[in-house]
Each structure stands twice: as structure tokens, then as C-alpha cells.
Design a protein around this ligand. Structure first.
Ligand code: GLV
Ligand code: MN
Ligand code: MN
Length: 416
């Protein structure tokens, strides 16, 4: 790009999308046919190595912190000034899409590359964070890595083990040092995250981008149902204590309670496992996940307690045991009102209509809000489809997002 030209102009959006596509293939996925990039897996490490090259090409100093986040830093004109962090996550859900997470990292790199190409530095450093664990798809925890950076992670939360029995401590990080990934609030000016919308609103309204005003509250549990394993051919129906049949009734109760709220309340059982897991054995134990969200915390909590009461009632009636363990609890997280205005101004300068939205999906921004003011930009995705291999982003929309992000950075730096 031409030195001195407007930052964000050019082809950075298309390159950001192309890089996400490249990371959707081997060796950047742990799945043979599809994308699954689990925190600290071989695919995760391969993606970090390539990302480090892309950061270095944009003239960033690259390092890894104690939580295995990858960070690229582009110095500002005032070295000691608090930095702007631009971040998102490198991990994915199982059989996920290519843009949920990585696109925000790639656009951060492009925003820096555009500054570097123009020979420009802001009054603050820009640090691009590629967070490791946002989805919680490996360990029974989520946002471990941004919580470490924000300084809200408790050491006890590090005692987690994945489905293969591998403890976090044996997965390639030093859990004794993990919390040293924390940043001090005085070091950070603000946090900016660009992310696909993962919903249908922008597309329905013919908009490429929108300003996020806040993120819904979410709570996640692990539910364990215990019955009695037995012979599928000999145990008569009235005598059975079938944990899977009980879990099925519980899951329908979850759906009924969420649907009857007729609001933005949502509840999902996304993972279930029955033991011992044989066609001729009555399931003796079942574990399933439960995720409950709402824009307003009180509404979420009311639904969660109604669901938990129903689970107990169903278990009692069926002579089953049930244990509900809290996995994580993230309060609703408003974006900083002043930064929301800055984002709207950047949208207007990029000739994009103003559209404000609340995020039902969780993001690292909701954790980073404990450390600094946060801002988020949503990018249209086709059909609102996400957490699905069909996830799709138009490179032209990514380019608009990059222009808006660059305008946001300029405004934050007082150059507009
Ligand atoms: C992350 O994608 C979440 O909202 O669970
Ligand atoms: Mn996701
Ligand atoms: Mn995401």
C-alpha cells in the first residue's frame, strides 16, 4: 500500500479471510475431515507457528505468554503508554467454521500491517493477542487464557483434565506460572475484538458490520446422572433405573423451560456421554453439558434454578441420582459506552449505517472487561451460521471491518 495513504485501504480483508481458510486445513486441524483446533494440541501449535510468521511480517515483536497465548506487539511512539490490545481466539469447536475466532486475530494483524506499510505508529503500542482457549472444547472450562490475562483466573481452575485424561499441567504449559500471563490494568488502554456475528441480524438487514453494545450472561454446568447398569434383555422395564432415559427427559425439560421464557433466554445441551455405552447394556451413568444464557443475568439465573429444580424432580421420580456442577459463570458484559460511540463514528466514516447489537455468543471481550474498557465489532456471516463447517464470511465484508477497525484505532489515537 502507498505510504501515507489511509490505513485499512487495500486488500487486507481478503488476506485475513484467506489466512483463516489456510488455517482450516492440515496441519492446523486435529480432525481428518473438518476443523477442530483444540487448545495446546498439535494443530494449535502449528497454527501458532504460522501466526507468529504473519505477525513478524507485520513488524511485530512476537512472544508467547505463560498461558500459551501468542502475542504480537507493534510499538507506539510513547513506549510506556498503555497499549491497545486487539484479540480473539485461535481454538475452535469440534467440526467448526474457519472464522469464529481467527478472523479477529487476522484483522488485528492486518490493522497493524496497514500502519506499518504506511510508516505510521500510534501514540500507544498495539498488541495482537491470539488467545488459546475460548471455546472450552478441550478442557471442562472456557476462556481460561483470557481469564489468565485479565487476572480473574483462580489457580484452582487449572486443575482440569481433558476427555482423554490429560491434565492441563501435562498438556504443554507450566500451571505454576500460568497466572503470570496477567496484565496490569495500567498497561492496557482498551481491548478491541472483531468477530463474525454468528447470527442472522446483519445479513437480514443488508449490513456488513455492526457495533456490539454488550455480551449476554452465560452459565455452564456438568450434569451427572446415575442409575444402574444392567442386562438389556433381562431387566424388565418397571425395574430399570436407566440413566440415559432419565437424561433424555431432563433435556426435554431444559428445552421446554427455555422456550417458555419467550425472550432472549437460551439453554442448550450440546454434549452427552452414556456409560458403559454398549447396545446390550442399560446405561448406568450419563454426563451431559448444560449452557444457559440471557442478556440479563437475573433472567438467566431464574431459568437456571428452575432447570436445576426440574432435574432433581425427574431424578427423584425415576430413582436416579443427579449431581449438577458449575463449570463456569460469566456475568453479562457491557462494552464501554464511550468506545461504542467511537466505533459508531468509525462506522460512519466508513460510510456504514449505524447498527448496535447485543451478542448472545460469548467472547474473550467479556473477560477482558475486568481489565480495561472493551469494544467489539461484528461482521456479517452467511445465513448467520456458525459453530458449523458451513460458516462463511465475504472478503469484502472483512475489508469493511478492517477499515472500521483502522478508523477506530485512528480515533483512539486522536489522529481523526
Ligand atoms: C463461544 O463461542 C460461546 O459463545 O460459547
Ligand atoms: Mn465459538
Ligand atoms: Mn468465537
Amino acid at each position: 500500500m502507498v505510504a501515507g495513504g489511509p490505513i485499512g485501504a487495500g486488500v487486507g480483508g481478503a488476506r485475513a479471510v484467506a489466512r483463516c481458510n489456510a488455517l482450516g486445513l492440515a496441519p492446523y486441524t486435529d480432525m481428518a475431515d473438518g476443523l477442530f483446533r483444540a487448545y495446546l494440541s498439535p494443530a494449535y501449535r502449528a497454527a501458532q507457528a504460522t501466526l507468529a510468521e504473519w505477525m513478524a511480517q507485520a513488524r511485530m515483536a512476537v512472544r508467547q505468554d505463560a498461558a500459551a497465548n501468542l502475542i504480537g506487539r507493534y510499538e507506539g511512539t510513547t513506549p510506556a503508554a498503555p497499549a491497545l490490545i486487539i484479540g480473539s481466539h485461535l481454538d475452535s469447536v469440534r467440526d467448526g467454521g474457519r472464522y469464529d475466532g481467527p478472523l479477529g486475530i487476522m484483522l488485528g494483524i492486518e490493522a497493524v500491517a496497514a500502519l506499518n506499510d504506511a510508516g505510521r505508529r500510534m501514540p500507544f503500542a498495539i498488541e495482537v493477542y491470539a488467545f488459546g482457549d475460548e471455546e472450552g472444547s478441550r478442557f471442562p472450562a472456557a476462556m481460561l487464557t483470557s481469564r489468565a490475562v485479565a487476572g480473574t483466573l483462580d489457580a484452582a481452575a487449572l486443575a482440569v483434565v481433558d476427555a482423554d485424561g490429560v491434565a492441563l499441567a501435562d498438556a504443554g504449559v507450566d500451571v505454576g506460572a500460568y497466572l503470570s500471563a496477567a496484565r496490569r490494568s495500567g498497561e492496557v488502554l482498551a481491548y478491541l475484538e472483531a468477530h463474525i456475528e454468528q447470527g442472522p441480524v446483519l445479513e437480514a438487514e443488508g449490513l456488513a458490520v455492526g457495533t456490539v453494545t454488550g455480551i449476554a450472561a452465560q452459565v455452564r454446568y456438568r450434569v451427572q446422572v446415575t442409575g444402574q447398569a444392567g442386562h438389556a434383555g433381562t431387566a424388565t422395564m418397571p425395574l430399570r433405573r436407566d440413566a440415559l432415559a432419565g437424561a433424555a427427559e431432563m433435556i426435554l425439560a431444559v428445552e421446554r423451560i427455555a422456550a417458555s421464557a419467550a425472550s432472549d433466554l437460551v439453554a442448550t445441551v450440546g454434549r452427552i456421554e452414556a456409560q458403559p455405552g454398549a447396545a446390550n447394556v442399560i446405561p448406568g451413568a450419563v454426563t451431559f453439558s448444560l449452557d444457559v444464557r440471557a442478556g440479563e443475568q437475573a433472567r438467566r439465573d431464574l431459568a437456571a434454578s428452575e432447570i436445576c429444580a426440574q432435574l432433581q424432580e425427574i431424578a427423584r421420580r425415576r430413582s436416579l441420582g443427579v449431581e449438577v456442577a458449575l463449570v463456569h459463570d460469566l456475568p453479562a458484559s457491557p462494552c464501554d459506552p464511550a468506545l461504542v460511540d467511537v466505533m459508531d463514528a468509525a462506522l460512519a466514516a466508513a460510510e456504514q449505517p449505524s447498527r448496535r447489537l447485543v451478542s448472545g455468543a460469548g467472547h474473550d471481550a467479556m473477560v477482558m472487561a475486568a481489565l480495561c474498557p472493551t469494544a467489539m465489532l461484528f461482521i456479517r456471516c452467511r445465513g448467520g451460521v456458525s459453530h458449523n463447517p458451513a460458516e462463511h464470511v465475504d472478503p469484502a465484508d472483512a475489508q469493511i471491518a478492517l477499515t472500521v477497525m483502522s478508523g477506530f484505532i485512528d480515533r483512539l489515537g486522536g489522529s481523526v
